[in-house]
Ligand binder design. Sequence first.
Ligand code: CA2
Length: 148
Amino acid sequence: MKILFLNGPNLNLLGEREPDVYGRTTLADIESKVRKRAKDLGVGIDFRQSNLEGQLVDWIQEAKGNFDVIVLNAAAYTHTSIALRDAIAAVGVPTIEVHLSNIHAREKFRQKSLIAPVCCGQISGFGQKSYILALEASVDVKVSKKNA
Ligand code: CA2
């Protein structure tokens, strides 16, 4: 099983700015925790970040046939991007939406996710643990697809 982790704009700044909102953990720290858990679960992962919407669209399209599940923290594009939503719907690779913060407890404009309706589910508000929960959910997504 192979899982593609995609991270959107400004997540490369994690741990450096706004520690009160996003904590002091860097994206590299999260990646290494995800890699360790993935090894325990026996799944392969690819972990990527881009500030560019089109790059994220390209990676989602390329996931078809190459990955079983996408775990996506689209960051600010969560709330704005019809392009990401269309890409997820078009490729049909099961996608799990993930957020560090609880987007429903934040500003009104963050409470709406344009991608949620085309994702299998959303994990939001558990800090870096959100990524581990999404990894564990990914394994179940694959299992439930097999048994469907
Ligand atoms: O809670 C999340 O994971 C978010 O996807 C993070 C995004 C935000 O736009 C979403 O509403 C919720 C922001 C990621 C940028 O992170 C920063 C880290 C340090 C300094 C500035 C931004």
